[in-house]
Design a protein around this ligand. Sequence first.
Ligand SMILES: [Cu+2]
Length: 195
Amino acid sequence: MVKKLQKFIYILCVLLLASIKNLYAGDLKGSILSSRNEAVVAVRGVKGSFVPNENTSTMNQKNMEFIPRILPIMIGSKVKYPNSEDILYHNVYSESGTNRFDLGTYRAGTVKTVEFSEPGIVEVMCSIHSRMYAAIIVLDNPYYASVDKNGRFSIRNIPRGDYAIEVFTLGDFEVQSKRYQISIPENGEVELNID
Ligand SMILES: [Cu+2]
């Protein structure tokens, strides 16, 4: 009986601590207007150890384009590469440092998967179609977002503190990144609006 009570109190304390931690967290929202819907916003240097929100994301191939062309994921996540063409073959590969990979030539209707275990920017290309270009942004915490079709984003429940916010935008064949200093309050929200 005493043991059961101890366990109950222990669980209660853990729940209480978790909710207190969440009390000191604010939201970041805003817009990257020049991004043509192709931008990722990431909070850098958040302390703690994190597991991926989603284990598997998808970067499709259709009409000789990658969709989306910029994709944020957490370290340890997988990305599926379906070839959704009617008949075309693709050969998806990357030469970006320790995240390099080469899926080989594969036919329409086939899916291949890659796991990313290092942080950083992964440039993705197709060896058959030279105009195909995309980027995967591999991040070490879950506080990130892609902009929507209006260039807007929102990242919720960031632990309070001073952070560098990194904005990744996509050119035709390059990724640009810029950093902005932001203080996240212990509650409420701050805005970051960039032309
Ligand atoms: Cu291709």
